[in-house]
Design a protein around this ligand. Sequence first.
Ligand SMILES: [Zn+2]
Length: 228
Amino acid sequence: MGLNVVMMGPPGAGKGTQAERLARERGLLKISTGDILRDASRDQTPAAIVAKARMDRGELVDDETMIAIVRDRLMRPDAEVGVVLDGFPRTVVQAEALDRILEERDNGPLVVIDVVVPEQELVRRLAGRRICSNCGTTAAPGDMVANCTRCGNVMVQRTDDNQDVVLERLKVYQHTTRPVLEYYRSRVTFRVVNGAQAPDRVAHELNTLIDDAVAVAVPLKAASEGSL
Ligand SMILES: [Zn+2]
């Protein structure tokens, strides 16, 4: 039986790092929105072509297109083991579609993780991030790498004057994500992890929470199927 995990959390919470680690440790396929869109524009599926055109115009990819792309990805054989989703769903419409896709796939429970970090700590992490002086690639919070992993140029410390930008980004995140969190919050497989801890502690807590959620979800599903 597979396992599917949605990782939610604001920028700077470290959810990308945790998603990657979780996928590696459990042998799941990690799917991030960025990866999907990059792959999709290479794959040249109809939805991918629409997405690419929108991104090229600097527009957001609409729900319908995003759902089609994620659906294509989830239906491929390598996703059968289960997935860790990072950056999807972003809207309630996407979350509802994901439920339908997973039901159709019928491959293990969906566990939703919200990585929570106090705003003050997020600002500290994000405003202190190092950024490439050439291409603008940002390092992970706390990563003191000297050269850009993409183009090799010098990484510099961002200045404090971007605190307002960081706060605005966090506000936008909270505003757009709240409905999705509310959509999931009442589920028995919804869990909150304290992302303010050291990454190893977060990973440990995350594993415990997921095991716990699976232990609750699997008997429930078996019972509901038995009663049909
Ligand atoms: Zn660079």
